[in-house]
Design a protein around this ligand. Sequence first.
Ligand code: GLV
Ligand code: GLV
Length: 324
Amino acid sequence: MKPKILVTREVFDDVLGFLGEHFEVEANQGDAPFSADALAQRLAGKAGALTSIVDRIDGALLDRCPDLKAVCNIAVGYNNFDLAACTAHGVMATNTPGVLDDSTADFTWALILAAARRVTEAERYLRAGQWTGWKLKQFLGTDVHHATLGILGMGRIGQKVARRALGFDMPVLYHNRSRLPEAQERALNARYVSLDELLAQADILTVHTPYSPQTHHLVGAAEFARMKPGVVFIHASRGGVVDDAALVAALRSGRIGAAGLDVYEGEPRLDAELLKFDNVVLTPHIASSSEATRRNMAWLAARNLVAALRGEAPPNLLNPEVRG
Ligand code: GLV
Ligand code: GLV
């Protein structure tokens, strides 16, 4: 008998077909997210699950799903997993690192350019029929080239963002838990600085840390107060790393020149105040969403699940202790 699995959200048909060769699949192609209770009910009797970032996998759920052996997130971020609880229950947990770095870095640049050069604001104006002709002082933006780029969180995605800055002739400063090897710093033309210096020096500041209790509100009122007046602030990592209420206050005070945001605290319900600012570019958590990358993420998660339930080491196992 094939092991039973749950695919919690809509995935690509070929991925579903692949999973069907290995498992008895319960799919949710209707794509409505499950409540915590519905998720526990669906997962009861399942050996594995392909999960999304909105599926909370914690001890209370795992207590109700004793047959579960693997949860495979279609995301690099996995703060929807209580990893310690997974380990305690002997459940392998996996994510999809690597395959989305370039697409996420590309999109970060889309936000940087759109925010600094007022792309979406100008488009709204044009679409509203307000354009009466060329004006010298119309939609004056902030130059991206030669500006100092500050990167908070210099993991795989932060480094890809830095590489792209080379083409814009930008000095790059970064802050991270650990420093990069010198050769890598040289290749990226990036200089390690304290958080204080990063906040004080960056003309454009972009956040690329995962969410965890340690990074909760890493950027809050005190940090916004230390940023350069007029800073272009970009956030495409995870809701909760930034204190959105403090961000709204910093926008209101005029300290922030422009912002580009792809993630929010409590998304999809975002702080309605954010909608009021013309100098903010808002997108719905799509930084990794190119056709090729979302496919690669789903395939990688599926391969992780197949390996896990075959008793092989999944390529992206987050808690290797489980395999002993
Ligand atoms: C998306 O947000 C991811 O973590 O992959
Ligand atoms: C603008 O359109 C210019 O020609 O400078």
